[in-house]
Design a protein around this ligand. Structure first.
Ligand code: ATP
Ligand code: MG
Ligand code: MG
Length: 369
């Protein structure tokens, strides 16, 4: 054990690991949980690896519900993958139970721990290096949607309430602007006006869900690149990991969030707005991969609403950044003055750009059908 994380030895000893654990090291570049790789020596001298994770209880205040979601989804995925002739040990996360038969372990300091089988011969990218990386990620998240298309999404816990309730986020934004606790509203009238002028987009998806024109789906809610494992041998997307934010939601939100950060030509906090646009090349790459991965499991309406998902998620994110700026930067960590304002501005620039490119986005979706 190289790490001094309290409770780790107790935790490692609590799970049904094959062989003798002999090394446990911090692993990966996750920001939310604390992740370790445990190596065990088997009788024949070979090694078996596991991922041991301490869950972040500050972020996830309902770890029990969270784990119920993860268990539900991974059990379902495993069955599906077996039915389809895939490799259930590499194409989904697999939970290792504790010696007491539980799906997670609570140590004596009230730390929550879980163990996954280690997915061998795979890696994840932290940054898009080439368009194919983005395409592989799209395929994997599309396939995730496809495999879970008949999962009873309503049975999942909403572990973070109202996570993508854009209308509620809009109300919260208005409150923050009205309260103006830092006296910053006067300086950002243009940005506030931008949000107000785009109000209709904050309830369009919620309304379609309420009218049942869009189905409730299992959503991942953290569709970034390094949450997909890539097969070392083939370079292809193998497995979607990091299921902490799996919740009932809209497929177009998962799609839209990927476009929001993945198809932007600049960083989220770029100050030179002339550099910020939504790349139609990358939009096409992701749309193609996502729709291929979905294998026809999206409804007509969901497909039609993909560009809307991108616009709404980007607007929502911009609203959240601006609301946080107005409230004194209490949620998103800042590294410079007006950091959240800069972030809000890039998102609003993207929204405007998407509106200009609306017809192109629709044509791309039609072409990928
Ligand atoms: P994030 O910052 O994305 O929320 P996190 O803290 O929730 O990350 P994970 O994404 O679950 O942590 O894991 C961190 C990293 O560990 C992953 O990016 C991946 O490289 C690696 N990893 C996680 N689970 C496995 C697994 N079952 N097999 C192999 N590697 C894994
Ligand atoms: Mg992750
Ligand atoms: Mg995570």
């Amino acid at each position: 054990f190289e790490s001094r994380v309290p409770g780790i030895e107790e935790a490692a000893g609590a799970f049904l690991l094959e062989g003798d654990p002999f090394i446990c090291r911090p692993y990966g570049s996750g920001h939310i949980n604390t992740t370790f790789r445990v190596s065990c020596r088997l009788g024949d001298g070979s090694h078996r690896h596991y991922i041991l994770q301490q869950m972040n209880k500050n972020v996830f205040t309902k770890p029990d519900q969270l784990m119920e979601n993860v268990v539900g989804v991974t059990t379902f995925l495993r069955k599906k993958i077996i039915e389809q002739g895939g490799d259930p040990d590499r194409e989904t996360l697999n939970i290792i139970k504790t010696k007491a038969g539980k799906n997670y372990f609570v140590d004596s300091l009230d730390g929550y721990w879980r163990v996954y089988q280690f997915i061998e011969d795979a890696f994840s990218y932290d940054l898009v290096e080439k368009p194919d990386d983005f395409y592989q990620s799209a395929l994997a998240f599309g396939n995730f949607q496809h495999l879970l298309a008949d999962y009873p999404a309503a049975t999942l816990h909403e572990t973070i309430e109202g996570f993508h309730d854009t209308a509620a986020r809009f109300e919260a934004f208005k409150k923050a602007a009205a309260a103006d606790v830092m006296g910053r509203a006067a300086g950002v009238q243009e940005e506030i006006r931008f949000v107000m002028e785009n109000e209709i987009y904050t309830h369009v998806l919620g309304d379609l869900l309420a009218k049942k024109e869009l189905p409730l789906r299992v959503t991942h809610n953290d569709t970034k690149l390094n949450n997909v494992m890539i097969d070392k041998a083939t370079g292809k997307g193998l497995c979607v990991i990091d299921l902490d934010t799996v919740m009932p939601g809209l497929s177009v939100n998962d799609f839209g969030d990927s476009i929001r950060f993945g198809a932007s030509t600049a960083l989220e906090d770029e100050q030179d707005l002339s550099k910020v646009s939504c790349s139609m090349e990358l939009f096409e790459v992701y749309t193609k991969g996502f729709m291929e991965g979905c294998h026809g499991s999206l409804t007509e309406k969901e497909t039609e609403m993909l560009p809307m998902g991108a616009l709404v998620m980007t607007l929502e994110c911009g609203m959240r950044f601006l609301a946080d700026y107005l409230s004194g930067d209490t949620y998103f960590k800042i590294h410079r003055e007006k950091h959240n304002l800069d972030r809000a501005r890039t998102q609003f620039k993207l929204v405007s750009d998407m509106k200009e490119k609306w017809e192109t986005m629709k044509e791309i979706v039609a072409k990928c059908r």
